[in-house]
Design a protein around this ligand. Sequence first.
Ligand code: PLP
Length: 448
Amino acid sequence: MTILGPRSAAREHLIPHFTPESIWSEDQWPVLDRGDGAYVWTVDGERFLDGLSGLFCNNLGHGRTDLVEAMTTQAARLPFGPCWGMTHTAAIAAADAVTGFAPAGLDRVFFVSSGSEAVESAIKLARCFHVANDEPQRTTVIARRWAYHGTTLGALSATGIPKLRAPFEPLLRGVVHAANTREVDDPALAIEDAILAAGPETVSMVLAEPVQNGGGALVPPPGYWEELRAICDRHGVLLCADEVITGFGRIGASFASERFAARPDLMTFAKGVTSAYVPMGGVITTDALVDRITSSPMGSFLHGSTFGAHPIAAAVAVATIDALRREAIPERVREREPALRARLADLTAAHDCVGEVRGCGFFYAIELTQSRARGVALTPEQSGELLGGLLTRWIWEEHLLIRADDRGATMLVIAPPLTSDDAVLTELLDAVSRILDRVDAYVARLGS
Ligand code: PLP
Protein backbone atom coordinates (compact mmCIF):
# COMPACT_ATOMS: atom_id res chain seq x y z
CA MET A 1 0.00 0.00 0.00
CA THR A 2 1.32 3.45 -0.90
CA ILE A 3 1.12 5.98 1.90
CA LEU A 4 0.35 9.37 0.41
CA GLY A 5 1.61 12.64 1.86
CA PRO A 6 -1.16 15.08 2.82
CA ARG A 7 -0.81 17.12 -0.39
CA SER A 8 -0.92 14.09 -2.66
CA ALA A 9 -3.84 12.76 -0.62
CA ALA A 10 -5.62 16.10 -1.04
CA ARG A 11 -5.10 15.96 -4.80
CA GLU A 12 -6.66 12.47 -4.92
CA HIS A 13 -10.19 13.51 -3.95
CA LEU A 14 -10.43 17.18 -2.98
CA ILE A 15 -11.44 19.97 -5.36
CA PRO A 16 -10.03 23.19 -3.88
CA HIS A 17 -11.77 26.56 -4.10
CA PHE A 18 -10.21 29.18 -6.41
CA THR A 19 -6.78 27.49 -6.35
CA PRO A 20 -4.74 27.64 -9.56
CA GLU A 21 -3.50 24.26 -10.74
CA SER A 22 0.03 25.73 -10.85
CA ILE A 23 -0.12 25.96 -7.04
CA TRP A 24 -2.20 22.84 -6.31
CA SER A 25 0.07 20.61 -8.35
CA GLU A 26 3.14 21.69 -6.38
CA ASP A 27 3.98 20.78 -2.81
CA GLN A 28 4.48 24.20 -1.28
CA TRP A 29 1.07 25.14 0.08
CA PRO A 30 0.24 24.93 3.75
CA VAL A 31 -1.94 22.09 5.03
CA LEU A 32 -3.40 23.47 8.24
CA ASP A 33 -3.78 21.23 11.20
CA ARG A 34 -4.47 23.34 14.31
CA GLY A 35 -4.67 26.89 15.51
CA ASP A 36 -4.27 29.05 18.59
CA GLY A 37 -5.04 32.78 18.72
CA ALA A 38 -3.65 34.46 15.60
CA TYR A 39 -1.46 31.45 14.70
CA VAL A 40 -2.02 28.22 12.80
CA TRP A 41 0.24 25.18 12.54
CA THR A 42 0.63 23.01 9.45
CA VAL A 43 0.90 19.24 9.34
CA ASP A 44 4.65 19.82 8.89
CA GLY A 45 4.73 21.47 12.33
CA GLU A 46 5.39 24.95 10.94
CA ARG A 47 3.74 27.96 12.58
CA PHE A 48 2.08 30.63 10.40
CA LEU A 49 0.74 34.02 11.47
CA ASP A 50 -2.79 34.30 10.11
CA GLY A 51 -2.79 37.86 8.81
CA LEU A 52 -6.06 37.43 6.91
CA SER A 53 -8.16 35.91 9.73
CA GLY A 54 -8.69 32.87 7.51
CA LEU A 55 -10.74 34.62 4.85
CA PHE A 56 -11.60 37.83 6.79
CA CYS A 57 -13.69 35.69 9.13
CA ASN A 58 -11.88 34.06 12.05
CA ASN A 59 -12.08 37.41 13.78
CA LEU A 60 -11.64 36.27 17.40
CA GLY A 61 -8.80 33.91 16.58
CA HIS A 62 -8.47 30.18 17.18
CA GLY A 63 -8.84 28.21 20.39
CA ARG A 64 -11.73 30.14 21.97
CA THR A 65 -13.17 27.93 24.67
CA ASP A 66 -16.27 30.16 24.96
CA LEU A 67 -17.21 29.51 21.32
CA VAL A 68 -16.42 25.80 21.51
CA GLU A 69 -18.50 25.50 24.66
CA ALA A 70 -21.44 27.25 22.99
CA MET A 71 -21.20 24.73 20.14
CA THR A 72 -21.01 21.63 22.28
CA THR A 73 -23.71 22.75 24.71
CA GLN A 74 -26.10 23.45 21.86
CA ALA A 75 -25.17 20.23 20.04
CA ALA A 76 -25.99 18.24 23.16
CA ARG A 77 -29.27 20.09 23.72
CA LEU A 78 -30.73 20.40 20.18
CA PRO A 79 -28.33 19.85 17.27
CA PHE A 80 -30.94 20.63 14.66
CA GLY A 81 -34.35 22.23 14.45
CA PRO A 82 -35.97 23.93 11.45
CA CYS A 83 -36.66 27.64 11.24
CA TRP A 84 -39.32 26.69 8.71
CA GLY A 85 -42.92 26.44 9.88
CA MET A 86 -41.58 26.68 13.44
CA THR A 87 -38.40 27.81 15.13
CA HIS A 88 -36.17 27.05 18.14
CA THR A 89 -34.77 28.84 21.16
CA ALA A 90 -31.26 29.24 19.69
CA ALA A 91 -32.61 31.08 16.62
CA ILE A 92 -34.65 33.42 18.82
CA ALA A 93 -31.60 34.22 20.95
CA ALA A 94 -29.40 34.77 17.86
CA ALA A 95 -31.97 37.07 16.23
CA ASP A 96 -32.08 39.11 19.42
CA ALA A 97 -28.26 39.27 19.63
CA VAL A 98 -27.66 40.12 15.95
CA THR A 99 -30.33 42.82 15.69
CA GLY A 100 -29.21 44.21 19.07
CA PHE A 101 -25.69 44.59 17.65
CA ALA A 102 -26.93 46.14 14.37
CA PRO A 103 -27.62 49.85 13.83
CA ALA A 104 -30.92 51.16 15.23
CA GLY A 105 -33.92 50.55 13.00
CA LEU A 106 -32.69 47.21 11.61
CA ASP A 107 -34.74 44.89 13.79
CA ARG A 108 -35.42 41.75 11.76
CA VAL A 109 -32.99 39.08 10.60
CA PHE A 110 -33.23 36.16 8.17
CA PHE A 111 -30.50 33.57 8.73
CA VAL A 112 -28.72 31.52 6.04
CA SER A 113 -25.36 29.74 5.91
CA SER A 114 -22.98 31.89 3.83
CA GLY A 115 -22.33 35.34 2.41
CA SER A 116 -23.43 34.35 -1.09
CA GLU A 117 -26.72 33.08 0.28
CA ALA A 118 -27.08 36.29 2.30
CA VAL A 119 -26.74 38.36 -0.88
CA GLU A 120 -29.18 36.11 -2.75
CA SER A 121 -31.63 36.47 0.15
CA ALA A 122 -31.31 40.26 0.10
CA ILE A 123 -32.00 40.32 -3.66
CA LYS A 124 -35.12 38.18 -3.15
CA LEU A 125 -36.28 40.10 -0.07
CA ALA A 126 -36.08 43.38 -2.00
CA ARG A 127 -38.00 41.90 -4.91
CA CYS A 128 -40.73 40.54 -2.61
CA PHE A 129 -41.04 44.01 -1.08
CA HIS A 130 -41.60 45.55 -4.51
CA VAL A 131 -44.08 42.82 -5.46
CA ALA A 132 -45.96 43.58 -2.23
CA ASN A 133 -46.01 47.25 -3.27
CA ASP A 134 -47.50 46.40 -6.68
CA GLU A 135 -44.23 47.23 -8.40
CA PRO A 136 -43.13 43.78 -9.62
CA GLN A 137 -41.19 45.39 -12.46
CA ARG A 138 -38.57 46.62 -9.96
CA THR A 139 -36.05 43.84 -10.50
CA THR A 140 -32.80 45.59 -11.46
CA VAL A 141 -29.89 45.56 -9.00
CA ILE A 142 -27.27 48.29 -9.20
CA ALA A 143 -23.91 46.96 -7.97
CA ARG A 144 -20.39 48.28 -8.52
CA ARG A 145 -17.48 47.30 -10.71
CA TRP A 146 -14.88 45.02 -9.10
CA ALA A 147 -17.20 44.27 -6.16
CA TYR A 148 -17.27 40.73 -4.78
CA HIS A 149 -20.69 39.61 -3.57
CA GLY A 150 -20.21 35.85 -3.78
CA THR A 151 -20.16 33.00 -6.26
CA THR A 152 -23.55 31.26 -6.39
CA LEU A 153 -25.20 32.28 -9.64
CA GLY A 154 -27.45 35.01 -8.19
CA ALA A 155 -24.70 36.48 -6.04
CA LEU A 156 -22.20 36.10 -8.89
CA SER A 157 -24.53 38.20 -11.05
CA ALA A 158 -23.94 41.02 -8.57
CA THR A 159 -20.18 40.37 -8.41
CA GLY A 160 -18.38 42.78 -10.72
CA ILE A 161 -15.14 40.90 -11.33
CA PRO A 162 -14.97 40.06 -15.04
CA LYS A 163 -12.85 36.91 -14.89
CA LEU A 164 -15.07 35.31 -12.22
CA ARG A 165 -18.19 35.99 -14.29
CA ALA A 166 -17.01 35.17 -17.79
CA PRO A 167 -17.38 31.36 -17.83
CA PHE A 168 -20.89 31.58 -16.38
CA GLU A 169 -22.52 34.09 -18.69
CA PRO A 170 -25.39 34.60 -19.18
CA LEU A 171 -26.00 35.44 -15.53
CA LEU A 172 -29.11 36.94 -13.88
CA ARG A 173 -30.54 39.60 -16.16
CA GLY A 174 -30.90 43.09 -14.79
CA VAL A 175 -27.73 43.63 -12.78
CA VAL A 176 -26.00 46.86 -13.72
CA HIS A 177 -22.44 47.59 -12.60
CA ALA A 178 -21.71 51.24 -11.91
CA ALA A 179 -18.40 52.89 -11.01
CA ASN A 180 -16.94 52.15 -7.59
CA THR A 181 -15.64 54.87 -5.27
CA ARG A 182 -12.15 54.76 -6.76
CA GLU A 183 -13.05 55.02 -10.42
CA VAL A 184 -14.70 58.43 -10.69
CA ASP A 185 -14.71 61.78 -8.89
CA ASP A 186 -18.40 61.63 -7.99
CA PRO A 187 -19.20 57.96 -7.37
CA ALA A 188 -22.65 58.66 -5.87
CA LEU A 189 -23.62 60.45 -9.08
CA ALA A 190 -22.49 57.37 -11.02
CA ILE A 191 -24.99 55.29 -9.04
CA GLU A 192 -27.78 57.77 -9.73
CA ASP A 193 -26.87 57.85 -13.43
CA ALA A 194 -27.10 54.05 -13.52
CA ILE A 195 -30.56 54.17 -11.90
CA LEU A 196 -31.71 56.79 -14.40
CA ALA A 197 -30.29 54.86 -17.35
CA ALA A 198 -31.98 51.63 -16.23
CA GLY A 199 -35.27 53.49 -15.65
CA PRO A 200 -35.86 54.24 -11.95
CA GLU A 201 -39.23 52.46 -11.96
CA THR A 202 -37.40 49.17 -12.82
CA VAL A 203 -34.73 49.36 -10.13
CA SER A 204 -35.05 47.19 -7.03
CA MET A 205 -31.96 47.98 -5.00
CA VAL A 206 -28.46 49.38 -4.81
CA LEU A 207 -25.98 46.84 -3.41
CA ALA A 208 -22.59 48.02 -2.13
CA GLU A 209 -19.93 47.04 0.40
CA PRO A 210 -19.19 49.90 2.81
CA VAL A 211 -15.46 49.22 2.26
CA GLN A 212 -15.12 47.43 -1.08
CA ASN A 213 -12.66 44.54 -1.06
CA GLY A 214 -12.30 44.13 -4.86
CA GLY A 215 -10.12 47.00 -6.04
CA GLY A 216 -8.40 47.03 -2.64
CA ALA A 217 -10.13 48.11 0.59
CA LEU A 218 -11.88 51.08 -1.01
CA VAL A 219 -12.97 53.41 1.80
CA PRO A 220 -15.94 55.58 0.76
CA PRO A 221 -15.37 59.33 0.42
CA PRO A 222 -17.06 61.51 3.07
CA GLY A 223 -20.80 61.81 2.52
CA TYR A 224 -21.02 58.92 0.00
CA TRP A 225 -23.45 56.78 1.99
CA GLU A 226 -25.64 59.76 2.92
CA GLU A 227 -25.84 60.56 -0.79
CA LEU A 228 -26.69 56.95 -1.65
CA ARG A 229 -29.51 57.11 0.91
CA ALA A 230 -30.88 60.31 -0.62
CA ILE A 231 -30.60 58.90 -4.18
CA CYS A 232 -32.39 55.67 -3.23
CA ASP A 233 -35.15 57.63 -1.47
CA ARG A 234 -35.59 59.86 -4.51
CA HIS A 235 -36.18 56.88 -6.78
CA GLY A 236 -38.03 54.44 -4.49
CA VAL A 237 -35.03 52.09 -4.54
CA LEU A 238 -33.86 49.98 -1.56
CA LEU A 239 -30.30 50.34 -0.27
CA CYS A 240 -28.35 47.23 0.78
CA ALA A 241 -24.98 47.36 2.55
CA ASP A 242 -23.03 44.13 2.02
CA GLU A 243 -21.30 43.82 5.40
CA VAL A 244 -20.03 40.26 4.92
CA ILE A 245 -16.44 41.41 5.57
CA THR A 246 -17.03 44.70 7.36
CA GLY A 247 -19.59 43.55 9.95
CA PHE A 248 -18.92 42.49 13.53
CA GLY A 249 -16.01 44.77 14.33
CA ARG A 250 -13.65 44.47 11.34
CA ILE A 251 -13.51 48.20 10.68
CA GLY A 252 -13.65 49.39 14.29
CA ALA A 253 -17.42 49.65 14.71
CA SER A 254 -20.15 47.05 15.19
CA PHE A 255 -20.91 47.41 11.46
CA ALA A 256 -19.35 49.72 8.87
CA SER A 257 -22.81 51.21 8.30
CA GLU A 258 -22.49 52.63 11.82
CA ARG A 259 -19.09 54.16 11.07
CA PHE A 260 -20.02 55.65 7.70
CA ALA A 261 -23.50 56.85 8.72
CA ALA A 262 -25.08 54.56 6.13
CA ARG A 263 -28.75 54.01 6.72
CA PRO A 264 -29.39 50.89 4.62
CA ASP A 265 -32.75 49.14 4.31
CA LEU A 266 -30.94 45.82 4.20
CA MET A 267 -27.59 44.65 5.53
CA THR A 268 -26.00 41.33 4.58
CA PHE A 269 -23.54 39.57 6.89
CA ALA A 270 -21.70 36.23 7.29
CA LYS A 271 -18.05 35.42 8.20
CA GLY A 272 -17.49 37.22 11.53
CA VAL A 273 -20.97 36.60 12.95
CA THR A 274 -19.68 33.29 14.34
CA SER A 275 -16.01 34.20 14.09
CA ALA A 276 -16.10 31.44 11.44
CA TYR A 277 -16.31 28.64 14.01
CA VAL A 278 -19.39 27.42 12.08
CA PRO A 279 -20.96 28.73 8.86
CA MET A 280 -23.66 31.36 9.17
CA GLY A 281 -24.88 34.35 7.18
CA GLY A 282 -27.97 36.44 6.95
CA VAL A 283 -29.75 39.62 6.02
CA ILE A 284 -30.94 42.20 8.52
CA THR A 285 -33.74 44.58 7.63
CA THR A 286 -36.50 46.80 8.95
CA ASP A 287 -39.85 45.97 10.55
CA ALA A 288 -41.54 48.03 7.83
CA LEU A 289 -40.05 46.00 4.99
CA VAL A 290 -40.94 42.63 6.52
CA ASP A 291 -44.41 43.76 7.59
CA ARG A 292 -45.14 45.00 4.08
CA ILE A 293 -44.34 41.53 2.68
CA THR A 294 -46.15 39.50 5.33
CA SER A 295 -49.29 41.67 5.10
CA SER A 296 -49.39 41.30 1.28
CA PRO A 297 -51.13 38.42 -0.52
CA MET A 298 -47.73 36.61 -0.48
CA GLY A 299 -48.19 36.27 3.27
CA SER A 300 -44.52 35.43 3.93
CA PHE A 301 -41.02 35.82 2.56
CA LEU A 302 -41.06 33.04 -0.05
CA HIS A 303 -37.56 31.78 0.63
CA GLY A 304 -35.88 29.28 2.91
CA SER A 305 -33.17 26.66 3.39
CA THR A 306 -32.70 23.60 5.57
CA PHE A 307 -29.75 24.99 7.48
CA GLY A 308 -30.99 28.58 7.87
CA ALA A 309 -30.67 29.57 11.56
CA HIS A 310 -28.98 26.24 12.34
CA PRO A 311 -29.07 25.89 16.15
CA ILE A 312 -25.32 25.35 16.56
CA ALA A 313 -24.50 28.34 14.36
CA ALA A 314 -27.09 30.39 16.20
CA ALA A 315 -25.56 29.49 19.58
CA VAL A 316 -22.07 30.41 18.36
CA ALA A 317 -23.39 33.73 17.00
CA VAL A 318 -24.75 34.58 20.45
CA ALA A 319 -21.42 33.64 22.08
CA THR A 320 -19.46 35.63 19.46
CA ILE A 321 -21.52 38.77 19.98
CA ASP A 322 -21.21 38.34 23.77
CA ALA A 323 -17.42 38.22 23.33
CA LEU A 324 -17.38 41.23 20.97
CA ARG A 325 -19.25 43.23 23.62
CA ARG A 326 -17.45 41.87 26.68
CA GLU A 327 -13.99 42.41 25.21
CA ALA A 328 -15.01 45.70 23.53
CA ILE A 329 -13.51 44.40 20.27
CA PRO A 330 -14.82 47.08 17.87
CA GLU A 331 -13.57 49.78 20.25
CA ARG A 332 -10.16 48.11 20.57
CA VAL A 333 -9.82 47.90 16.80
CA ARG A 334 -10.68 51.58 16.50
CA GLU A 335 -8.13 52.45 19.23
CA ARG A 336 -5.36 50.51 17.49
CA GLU A 337 -6.16 51.89 14.05
CA PRO A 338 -3.98 55.04 14.28
CA ALA A 339 -0.89 53.02 15.26
CA LEU A 340 -1.54 50.49 12.52
CA ARG A 341 -1.98 53.24 9.93
CA ALA A 342 1.18 54.97 11.12
CA ARG A 343 3.13 51.75 10.70
CA LEU A 344 1.65 51.24 7.23
CA ALA A 345 2.65 54.81 6.36
CA ASP A 346 6.22 53.99 7.49
CA LEU A 347 6.20 50.91 5.24
CA THR A 348 5.05 53.07 2.35
CA ALA A 349 7.77 55.65 2.95
CA ALA A 350 10.42 52.92 3.10
CA HIS A 351 9.32 51.11 -0.09
CA ASP A 352 9.14 52.67 -3.54
CA CYS A 353 7.03 49.69 -4.70
CA VAL A 354 4.08 50.74 -2.52
CA GLY A 355 1.72 52.80 -4.66
CA GLU A 356 -0.88 53.39 -2.00
CA VAL A 357 -2.22 51.87 1.20
CA ARG A 358 -6.00 51.93 1.60
CA GLY A 359 -8.36 50.69 4.26
CA CYS A 360 -9.42 51.23 7.85
CA GLY A 361 -9.90 49.31 11.08
CA PHE A 362 -8.15 45.95 10.65
CA PHE A 363 -8.63 45.77 6.85
CA TYR A 364 -5.99 47.13 4.45
CA ALA A 365 -4.79 46.76 0.86
CA ILE A 366 -1.21 47.61 -0.05
CA GLU A 367 -1.24 48.42 -3.76
CA LEU A 368 2.02 47.65 -5.52
CA THR A 369 3.61 49.70 -8.25
CA GLN A 370 6.99 49.76 -10.00
CA SER A 371 8.09 53.11 -8.61
CA ARG A 372 5.96 55.50 -6.59
CA ALA A 373 8.69 58.16 -6.77
CA ARG A 374 8.85 58.06 -10.56
CA GLY A 375 5.13 57.43 -11.02
CA VAL A 376 5.72 54.20 -12.98
CA ALA A 377 3.16 51.38 -12.73
CA LEU A 378 4.00 47.68 -12.83
CA THR A 379 4.00 46.31 -16.36
CA PRO A 380 1.43 43.58 -17.06
CA GLU A 381 4.35 41.10 -17.21
CA GLN A 382 5.62 42.18 -13.77
CA SER A 383 2.11 41.97 -12.28
CA GLY A 384 1.66 38.59 -13.90
CA GLU A 385 4.89 37.27 -12.43
CA LEU A 386 4.30 38.71 -8.98
CA LEU A 387 0.74 37.40 -8.80
CA GLY A 388 1.54 34.21 -10.67
CA GLY A 389 3.43 32.79 -7.69
CA LEU A 390 6.28 35.05 -6.57
CA LEU A 391 4.30 37.00 -3.95
CA THR A 392 2.61 33.90 -2.58
CA ARG A 393 5.98 32.15 -2.26
CA TRP A 394 7.51 35.13 -0.45
CA ILE A 395 4.48 35.33 1.85
CA TRP A 396 4.73 31.66 2.76
CA GLU A 397 8.51 31.94 3.27
CA GLU A 398 7.69 34.53 5.94
CA HIS A 399 5.35 31.97 7.56
CA LEU A 400 2.54 34.38 6.98
CA LEU A 401 -0.98 33.99 5.61
CA ILE A 402 -2.08 37.13 3.76
CA ARG A 403 -3.52 37.54 0.28
CA ALA A 404 -1.77 38.51 -2.93
CA ASP A 405 -4.72 39.92 -4.88
CA ASP A 406 -5.17 40.69 -8.56
CA ARG A 407 -8.72 42.04 -8.45
CA GLY A 408 -8.58 45.55 -9.84
CA ALA A 409 -4.95 46.12 -8.81
CA THR A 410 -1.82 44.23 -7.76
CA MET A 411 -2.06 44.11 -3.99
CA LEU A 412 -1.26 42.55 -0.69
CA VAL A 413 -4.32 42.41 1.52
CA ILE A 414 -4.10 42.17 5.29
CA ALA A 415 -6.91 41.65 7.79
CA PRO A 416 -5.56 40.26 11.07
CA PRO A 417 -7.75 38.78 13.80
CA LEU A 418 -9.47 41.57 15.72
CA THR A 419 -7.99 40.21 18.94
CA SER A 420 -4.40 40.73 17.69
CA ASP A 421 -2.22 42.53 20.23
CA ASP A 422 0.72 44.85 19.51
CA ALA A 423 3.19 41.96 19.35
CA VAL A 424 1.14 40.15 16.69
CA LEU A 425 0.63 43.33 14.64
CA THR A 426 4.36 44.14 14.83
CA GLU A 427 5.29 40.62 13.73
CA LEU A 428 2.81 40.89 10.85
CA LEU A 429 4.07 44.26 9.62
CA ASP A 430 7.73 43.29 9.99
CA ALA A 431 7.06 40.30 7.74
CA VAL A 432 5.15 42.48 5.25
CA SER A 433 8.09 44.89 5.25
CA ARG A 434 10.50 42.10 4.28
CA ILE A 435 8.13 41.02 1.47
CA LEU A 436 8.07 44.61 0.20
CA ASP A 437 11.91 44.64 0.32
CA ARG A 438 11.78 41.68 -2.07
CA VAL A 439 9.29 43.44 -4.36
CA ASP A 440 11.56 46.50 -4.45
CA ALA A 441 14.56 44.29 -5.24
CA TYR A 442 12.57 42.45 -7.94
CA VAL A 443 11.56 45.60 -9.82
CA ALA A 444 15.04 47.13 -9.37
CA ARG A 445 16.65 44.00 -10.83
CA LEU A 446 14.36 44.09 -13.87
CA GLY A 447 14.97 47.79 -14.37
CA SER A 448 18.77 47.52 -14.27
N1 PLP B 1 -20.10 39.49 0.05
C1 PLP B 1 -18.88 39.94 0.36
C2 PLP B 1 -18.66 41.40 0.56
C3 PLP B 1 -17.81 39.04 0.52
O1 PLP B 1 -16.57 39.50 0.82
C4 PLP B 1 -18.05 37.65 0.35
C5 PLP B 1 -16.96 36.68 0.50
O2 PLP B 1 -15.81 36.99 0.67
C6 PLP B 1 -19.34 37.25 0.01
C7 PLP B 1 -20.34 38.18 -0.13
C8 PLP B 1 -19.62 35.79 -0.21
O3 PLP B 1 -19.51 35.09 0.99
P1 PLP B 1 -19.33 33.49 1.00
O4 PLP B 1 -17.96 33.20 0.53
O5 PLP B 1 -19.56 33.13 2.45
O6 PLP B 1 -20.40 32.93 0.12
